[in-house]
Write a protein that binds this ligand. Structure first.
Ligand code: HEM
Length: 239
């Protein structure tokens, strides 16, 4: 039997670099959830399998989606290898979508006044805050399908470059909706830092910062591009 190992195909999604991304983002999210809610907080370990894992997967979902839109724009670690950079961008986007899907199922399984009393009225129905946050979350998850589908190998050719780019940029709309999802769910807790366990900010606040960064970077890059175009126009007019 041959002991020779074949090199990994360059476009393989699970490879040493993407594994590092996975363990870093998911590991950090899981560590933070355990630290804030089990160690610094008083959530029983009996609620680790669903309630705490839900917090970790939701934070990781935002972390992966945000990273996918920041690699090459703000994160330049893979700039020297274009193919690896594209693989990492695709990996982070798809894992973010996958984690968001898991978070949605986990949340729906947990959705009850016993777990999320603040999103329910006394009659057991969701209150306005709960309904609004869930609607925005569901729309965000469905919109996230667009960039996920656009990563399929044949899609760029099938729909054409401009439409493919538009499909990819829907991720920014998703991130904006996630910001709304998080503000509606979490703003009251953000405004009461005295209630934070060991001064650790709530996961919703950490996630909202992560979701806002790519939106901000996109605006900044667009602004810089516009300035450059205006300068070029001015230069060509004066020649
Ligand atoms: C069907 C779609 C969705 C449903 C039903 C849903 C439901 C929920 C619920 C019930 C919470 C409160 C959890 C808690 O306080 O422990 C929550 C929080 C959160 N959601 Fe969603 N969500 C959805 C989509 C999304 C998407 C697409 C993202 C991001 C990509 C996201 C990210 C988050 C984050 C980061 C939190 C904060 C967790 C925390 O504060 O502990 N959600 N979601």
């Amino acid at each position: 039997m041959s002991t020779q190992t074949r090199p990994l195909p360059a476009d393989r999604l699970w490879q040493p670099t993407t594994a590092k991304w996975f363990f870093t983002i998911f590991g950090a999210s899981l560590f933070y959830a355990i630290l804030r809610y089990h160690i610094a907080g008083d959530v029983s370990w009996a609620h680790f399998p669903l309630f705490i894992l839900n917090k970790a997967t939701s934070l990781a979902a935002v972390g992966f989606v945000a990273s996918s839109y920041l690699i090459g724009k703000m994160i330049h670690w893979h700039d020297a290898d274009r193919q690896l950079r594209l693989v990492v961008i695709k990996f982070c986007g798809l894992v973010g979508f996958f984690m968001a899907g898991i978070h949605a199922f986990f949340s729906l399984a947990l959705l009850s006044p016993a777990y999320y009393g603040k999103y329910f009225d006394l009659d057991g129905k969701l209150n306005f805050q709960g309904e609004l946050a869930l609607t925005v979350g569901v729309v965000a998850l469905f919109l996230l399908m667009s960039p996920a589908i656009a990563t399929l190998p044949m899609m760029a050719k099938a729909v054409g470059g401009a439409r493919w780019k538009r499909g990819m940029s829907i991720g920014y709309l998703t991130l904006s909706l996630v910001v709304v999802h998080l503000i509606v769910l979490g703003y009251k807790g953000w405004l009461a830092p005295l209630g934070w366990q060991a001064w650790l900010p709530p996961i919703s606040l950490v996630a909202v910062v992560l979701a806002i960064i790519p939106l901000f970077v996109r605006k900044k890059l667009e602004h810089e591009k516009r300035l450059k175009e205006e300068e070029l126009e001015k230069n060509s007019e004066s020649e």
